[in-house]
Design a protein around this ligand. Structure first.
Ligand code: FES
Length: 126
């Protein structure tokens, strides 16, 4: 895909976010916010064994933060939490497919941070 197609994909996810909305029940959740702008993401996860059976988010913020939550939740659904725990900025930037400057990096990684914290909470409880 060329960068225009990636940019269109980001706008599409921003306008029509996948996995958006708070589910009636969940195993773990985490809220993260970007202190630079006050934008936020809440992640809700339902697990079956170690597989992410359902993942949803709510939030408000810039196109990059909201689109990356949509793209990331779609990507990691049905994946093992151990695989997701190994994700870093390379995976998120690879999914977004556009160049992100240092300021926007916080936007792009907000949802991954929330997902990892939500998984960590579960592990702390065990
Ligand atoms: Fe707030 Fe991007 S400007 S998360």
């Amino acid at each position: 895909m060329d960068s225009n197609i990636y940019a269109e994909n980001i706008l599409d996810h921003y306008s029509n976010p996948r996995n958006y909305g708070q589910p009636s029940s969940f195993d773990t959740m985490q809220r993260e916010f970007n202190p630079l702008c006050g934008d936020e993401i809440k992640i809700f996860i339902n697990l079956e064994n170690d597989i992410i059976k359902d993942i949803n988010f709510t939030g408000n913020g810039c196109a990059i933060s909201q689109a990356s939550a949509s793209i990331l939740t779609e990507h990691i659904k049905n994946k093992n939490i151990n695989e997701v725990k190994s994700y870093g900025k390379e995976q998120v930037l690879g999914l977004l497919g556009i160049d992100i400057g240092p300021v926007r990096l916080k936007c792009a990684l907000l949802s991954l941070k929330a997902i990892k914290q939500a998984i960590q909470k579960l592990e702390d409880e065990q």
